[in-house]
Design a protein around this ligand. Structure first.
Ligand code: ATP
Ligand code: MG
Ligand code: FE
Length: 336
């Protein structure tokens, strides 16, 4: 089974061809990071314009690298939501046109299901499975009993982990996106400022990062009021330690409570070196298999959409030609 995946939910214009949901044949990503950097974040209108300019080229490139013709494909999978509605629509319309012109079925994929299924490109899933999703817009713990079954056991009550990284980076005067910058500074730093950890209720798998963000802002404010200036790497290290401690502790507790056979991490923040190291160590100790995709498959890409789309295709799921962008789409199980 060959599936073309298309992803345009945020600021990456991406297309990829995946074989049997597990093997990347081609994977093309056109990033807009450079132009977004000038504005310190993603401006929806600019993102949409970039997608319009790039989408046809990116799809053609994915076919060219794969040395394949549209007739060699079995389906087109596209991100249906969540994301910026204008950005989503460009991918969806390109997918519809491509599917219609080539007589292929179209499959609408939830962006977070995509992040989770990026792991299938590395090793097969084993159920029950626990997924830690940490991205620009999501921080969630999800238990999967089988393919396409998603049970949300915890989520952020305010900012997403990636959002916290980007906001704290901004406070420290670092360029967008802030995650990789803070990660780098934190690893180099020999000192870490002590910031609070948001554990919430003892039995909760929910997260909260806005208090930590405020603590960083207050710390900087207090130092500057006394005429001093903060050392960004010390702040970065303290912030990262707080985020990583909470994510690691809650993930391992959930893995034990649900007796899962496999734990996976997904989403842009799963590219974080501090988090990867911490999760690898704790699950080695716990004797539970833990996997995280290579960095290029943690951040937005279309191979993950093709991988999830293939699993949906195998389950008999098909989208309609009147598919619309769903900016607030919920991660529901495929059988629902
Ligand atoms: P979502 O997937 O929730 O819709 P998104 O697609 O915008 O949001 P991703 O592309 O999955 O998010 O991830 C981008 C986020 O990952 C940004 O917030 C970025 O700062 C963060 N990020 C990327 N690399 C790292 C890193 N090394 N450490 C921490 N955060 C990182
Ligand atoms: Mg992105
Ligand atoms: Fe994403």
């Amino acid at each position: 089974v060959y599936v073309l995946g298309i992803e345009t939910s945020c600021d990456e214009t991406a297309a990829s061809i995946v074989k049997n949901g597990r093997e990347i044949v081609s994977n093309v990503v056109a990033s807009q990071i450079q132009s977004q950097q000038r504005f310190g974040g993603v401006v929806p209108e600019i993102a949409s314009r970039h997608h319009v300019e790039q989408i046809t080229l990116v799809i053609e490139e994915a076919l060219k690298v794969a040395k394949m013709m549209p007739a060699d494909l079995d389906a087109v999978a596209v991100t249906e939501g969540p994301g910026l509605v204008g950005a989503l629509l460009i991918g969806i319309n390109a997918a519809k046109a491509f599917a219609f012109a080539n007589g292929l079925p179209i499959i609408g994929v939830h962006h977070i299901a995509g992040h989770i299924y990026a792991n299938q490109l590395m090793q097969p899933m084993e159920f029950p499975l626990l997924a830690l999703i940490v991205s620009g817009g999501h921080t969630e713990l999800v238990v999967m009993e089988k393919h396409g079954s998603f049970k949300l056991i915890g989520e952020t009550r305010d900012d997403a982990a990636g959002e916290a990284y980007d906001k704290v980076a901004r406070v420290l005067g670092l360029p967008y996106p802030g995650g990789p910058q803070i990660d780098k500074l934190a690893l180099e730093s020999e000192e870490a400022i002590e910031f609070p950890r948001a554990w919430l209720e003892a039995d909760s798998y929910d997260f909260s990062f806005s208090g930590l963000k405020s603590a960083v802002i207050n710390y900087k404010h207090n130092i500057e009021q006394k005429g001093g200036s903060v050392i960004p790497s010390h702040v970065a290290a303290g912030f990262q330690q707080s985020v990583v401690d909470v994510l690691t502790a809650k993930t391992v507790r959930a893995a034990k409570e649900y007796g899962v056979k496999q734990v996976i991490a997904a989403g842009g923040v799963a590219a974080n070196k501090g988090l990867r190291t911490s999760l690898e160590a704790i699950f080695k100790d716990a004797g539970i298999p833990f996997y995280v995709p290579p960095i290029s498959l943690c951040t937005d890409n279309a191979a993950m959409i093709a991988a999830a789309g293939t699993a949906m295709f195998i389950e008999g799921k098909r989208g309609a030609m009147d598919m619309n962008g769903k900016p607030g789409m919920q991660l529901t199980s495929w059988s629902e």
